[in-house]
Design a protein around this ligand. Structure first.
Ligand SMILES: Cc1cc2nc3c(=O)[nH]c(=O)nc-3n(C[C@H](O)[C@H](O)[C@H](O)COP(=O)(O)OP(=O)(O)OC[C@H]3O[C@@H](n4cnc5c(N)ncnc54)[C@H](O)[C@@H]3O)c2cc1C
Ligand code: FES
Length: 328
């Protein structure tokens, strides 16, 4: 689909929302993301961005944080302006309203991780104004709050929405002092184990929050999260460590212990398309030898495909020399 930028709306010092018109109807579930294809100099890069708008809004909205040194986020925040056009892939992703279900929600986000949960929140309240929702959002400071007016307005309008801000600089002593921890979460959300938790933010934040919820006895199947950044491989060995070889159409590529297949293919200049880079979109699917693969995600692959050797290059390392086929 082709998106045309309609408006650029700064949210904080390093976060900007972009509103787009699309050349076609876009059907998405709140929580899902679009993959933008962004031409920068001679190369087009694909990056996933959660929709912060909801179905029925006049325009699609993406809310993007500047990542220091990041290729695409800096380009978009510095250069994208009304009238510019970008190609995007259809909405995708498994972290959405439908897995959150219809019971009581506990939405937890930090920083730009607010985008998918904000969309889920708005859409649920539009459908079900009395929905029982607790929303805890962590920001570095008052100035780093994203969508504060919209959230305060929703909380004022919907008595069953309980909104809590956690400010890292500790300037807002109520309800949370400085940092999200279990005693404060217990005090504010005493019934958390009855809720379904939807979590999005930096990996360290999500790990800490999940640990709190598990300690509190929330069942694993009611804890859902989405990462914006692929976890660091456990250990990528130094370049002089003994590795293996990938063989692709007669081309041999080195791959180090702990290095993902995607990283090896990209460094070798092979044409692999990877949209999310975190094992959620399926675009980097390849076929290899299943007994030589170690994968952290097989999302979107059927058991039959896994049996046949299909895997996600962004989420897989190898334990031996391996021949592989790229997916066309
Ligand atoms: C499902 C999904 C949804 C996403 N939704 C959003 C969204 O709504 N808003 C948004 O701003 N981003 C979102 N992202 C992240 C986005 O896709 C890009 O990864 C991000 O914009 C950085 O891209 P870049 O090209 O600027 O950085 P790159 O050039 O790809 O990376 C530069 C360096 O920064 C690190 N890095 C990448 N992303 C981050 C990050 N978010 N925080 C800290 N370090 C990082 C990389 O590991 C790398 O070392 C989402 C990602 C996924 C997988
Ligand atoms: S790039 Fe999305 S699953 Fe690998």
């Amino acid at each position: 689909m082709l998106l045309t930028c309609h408006e650029v709306r700064p949210e904080t010092a390093d976060v900007t929302s972009f509103l787009f018109n699309s050349d076609q109807a876009v059907d998405f579930i709140p929580g899902q993301f679009l993959t933008l294809l962004v031409p920068i100099e001679e190369r087009t890069s694909a990056r996933a961005y959660s929709l912060s708008s909801i179905p029925g809004d006049e325009r699609l909205k993406l809310t993007i944080k500047r990542v220091p040194g990041g290729r695409v986020s800096n380009h978009l925040l510095d250069a994208l302006k009304p009238g510019d056009q970008l190609e995007a892939m259809a909405p995708a992703g498994e972290f959405h309203r439908d897995i959150a279900g219809s019971g009581a929600w506990l939405l937890l986000s930090a920083g730009c991780g607010i985008t998918p949960v904000f969309s889920m929140l708005r859409e649920r309240l539009q459908r079900e104004p009395d929905a029982d929702i607790v929303f805890v959002h962590s920001a570095r400071s008052e100035a780093d709050k994203i969508f504060p007016q919209e959230l305060e307005a929703l909380a004022a309008e919907h008595p069953n929405l309980k909104l809590h801000w956690v400010l890292g600089d500790n300037t807002d002593p109520d309800p949370f002092k400085g940092r999200l921890d279990l005693p404060q979460l217990q005090a504010r959300v005493p019934d958390m184990r009855q809720r379904t938790a939807m979590i999005c933010g930096p990996q360290g934040y999500m790990d800490a929050v999940k640990e709190m919820l598990r300690t509190e006895g929330l069942a694993e199947e009611r804890i859902h999260s989405e990462a914006f950044v692929a976890p660091e491989p456990a250990s990528v060995a130094s370049s002089d460590a003994a590795g293996h070889n990938l063989s692709v159409d007669g081309i041999e590529l080195p791959i180090l212990p702990g290095q993902t297949v995607l990283d090896s293919l990209e460094k070798g200049g092979l044409p692999i398309f990877a949209a999310c880079r975190t094992g959620v979109c399926g675009s980097c699917k390849c076929k290899g030898e299943k007994e030589k693969l170690e994968s952290t995600s097989v999302m979107g692959l059927t058991p039959e495909e896994i049996e046949e050797g299909y895997f996600l290059a962004c989420s897989s390392t190898v334990t031996g020399d391996m021949a592989l086929e790229l997916n066309d």
